[in-house]
Design a protein around this ligand. Structure first.
Ligand code: G4P
Length: 528
């Protein structure tokens, strides 16, 4: 197959949601559609989460929380779909943010009972930064949820994105009858836990058809007619380029656990969702069709086996063809590397691959060569941009509890922070090591892994900071500020100066008092 055809058949995306909205369940159902997993009957939604199918790490098994991100590839019709799973737990949000740098679009799942939740808002911010095209799946319509129009308005307002309904629900909860497809003008009738092929589809040529009224009842029929008139008056045909430019999100309704409304989502997804897109770099825009291979590392994962400290680096192919046993240029290290066992993913089942195309994710064995954001090319020197680091929210001083293991501790913390599990800062003008994380759980992960993989024992002292801001702007102003505010200044791993703010009030005061300095909550991942 030609490179162009390989590119066009690929769709690389992630499903995102607030925990418990149904991301895992939807993932599982999509895999079933793609024939990637075979499960008889209804499967408990978090089975994937709790079994080994999408988990790599021991800690995840212990906690039953999706700590890691894995990749699931499956074929559907003529398409090859790469679904990048993201951890649901908020403490691992940074992992999710980074995964979003490797996808071309996302499906956002919203729980119809709870509406827009905290984590959804943050994920949406990241999507907006990158103008990622979004489809929305409103889930759990089999439960008594919010009124559809109220929910619709809430999503538009809170997520600040225009919506375009494709399927709408007919009632909800116990009275959920099914979904009406505004494009195809048909109804898919709800029957719990049925296969899509068993679900009845009713083509609505005449909205006043007696059979239709009998089927859904007069009250729901009246509401449906009112809803359709209202929506058809406001929304015409979906403008694809508005979706692709992240200005409009098509909306679908259903119930993932009941395998309902998913086919419509999947069909639209393969028709509308973008194939691998162009990517910005430090020197030019790289098109996937470019015959020279290039790609970047967006995630690094520790090996499950604590006896082996090797890791898996996840490479997103951006252009050309990646081939096994071929030398590629590691830009940061200025070194050529080749990979004899690169692999492709079907959850934890890994297969060695011969070649990979733009949009694909390749797992590379790593013995310490990679950091997040590293670029591999066929020889050119550039970095992909738009792989940001976000300000942590919890800061603790790392305390070495066993001086005999100082080296191991230092090596361990450097490697763990290279993986992106946390951020490491060093006190300005001192040696204090400060760890910044998004959630408390990560400190436990660090402690556990330092002990189990490096034999180092540590504890943490809580520090009174709430945000880290990277400082940019006038050099002298920054130097003076750093000297003056030394107790609140640290260096990140690339020696960039950051201001650690105790509170919003302090931060706003410093912003006001230092007009020549920009205080940034995100930082473009830099190589050193
Ligand atoms: P997450 O990955 O976003 O965290 O959510 P997950 O799919 O694990 O789903 C969270 C809970 O919501 C699960 O129930 C799941 O069964 C349920 N769920 C998912 N889709 C639907 C739906 O369409 N309708 C209803 N009523 N529930 C749904 P659980 O009790 O946590 O687990 P389980 O014991 O059911 O597996």
């Amino acid at each position: 197959m030609r490179l162009e055809d390989e590119i066009q058949r690929r769709k690389t995306f992630a499903i995102i949601s607030h925990p418990d909205a149904g991301k895992t369940t939807l993932t599982e159902k999509l895999l079933l559609f793609g024939g990637a997993i075979q499960v008889a009957g209804a499967v408990k939604s978090n089975k994937i989460k709790r079994s080994t199918t999408s988990d790599f790490m021991e800690i995840e098994k212990q906690r039953g929380i999706s700590v890691s991100t894995s990749v699931m590839s499956f074929a559907y019709k003529n398409y090859l779909i790469n679904l990048l799973d993201t951890p649901g737990h908020k403490d691992f949000a940074e992992d999710t943010y980074r995964t979003l740098t490797a996808v071309d679009s996302v499906i956002l799942v919203i729980d119809s009972v709870n509406g827009v939740e905290a984590q959804t808002l943050r994920l949406m911010e990241v999507c907006r930064m990158r103008a990622t095209p979004i489809m929305i799946f409103i889930n759990k319509l089999d439960r008594d949820g919010k009124n559809y129009f109220d929910l619709f308005e809430e999503i538009e307002k809170k997520l600040n994105i225009a919506l375009h309904p494709i399927t709408i629900p007919i009632n909800n909860g116990k009275n959920f009858k099914g979904v009406y497809n505004l494009e195809q003008k048909n109804i898919r009738f709800f029957s719990p836990h049925s296969k899509d092929s068993e679900q009845e589809i009713f083509n609505v040529e005449d909205l006043n058809n007696a059979e239709l009224i009998a089927k859904i009842g007069e009250v729901d029929h009246k509401h449906l007619i009112d809803d359709i008139h209202l929506l058809e008056g406001v929304y015409g045909k979906l403008n694809t380029s508005d979706y692709l430019n992240a200005r409009i999100a098509p909306v679908f309704c259903g119930s993932a656990v009941n395998n309902f409304g998913i086919l419509e989502l999947l069909e639209h997804f393969i028709n509308l969702a973008p194939s691998p897109l162009n990517r910005a770099t430090t020197v030019k825009v790289i098109e996937p069709q470019d015959s020279k291979f290039s790609g970047f590392i967006f995630k690094i994962h520790a090996n499950l086996d604590p006896k082996h400290r090797d890791r898996i680096a996840f490479l997103r192919v951006c252009s050309g063809v990646f081939k096994r046993n071929t030398y590629y240029h590691h830009v940061r290290l200025q070194k050529d590397l080749r990979f004899s066992n690169p692999y492709t993913f079907m959850a934890s089942q890994k297969e060695v691959l011969e070649d990979a195309y733009p949009g694909d994710v390749v797992g590379l064995f790593d013995t310490g060569n990679f950091k997040i954001g590293d670029t591999l090319t066929t020889g050119d020197d550039f970095y992909f941009t738009g792989i940001p680091t976000f300000s942590p929210e919890i800061f603790k001083e790392l305390v070495n509890k066993n001086p005999m293991k100082t080296k191991q501790l230092e090596k361990g913390i450097l490697q763990l922070t290279d993986e992106g599990i946390a951020q490491l800062f060093t006190q300005f003008g001192g040696n204090k090591k400060i760890i910044g994380c998004v959630g408390d759980l990560q400190f436990e992960v660090i402690q556990y892994r330092l002990l189990n993989e490096y034999g180092a024992t540590c504890s943490f002292n809580t520090l009174p900071f709430y945000k880290a801001c990277w400082l940019e702007g006038d050099k002298t102003a920054i130097e003076n500020f750093a000297k003056f505010k030394q107790a609140n200044i640290a260096l990140d791993k690339t020696d960039k100066l950051v201001y650690l703010a105790q509170s919003e009030w302090f931060l706003n005061t410093e912003i006001r008092n230092n007009p020549d300095i920009s205080f940034l909550f995100t930082n473009e991942t830099q190589q050193k």
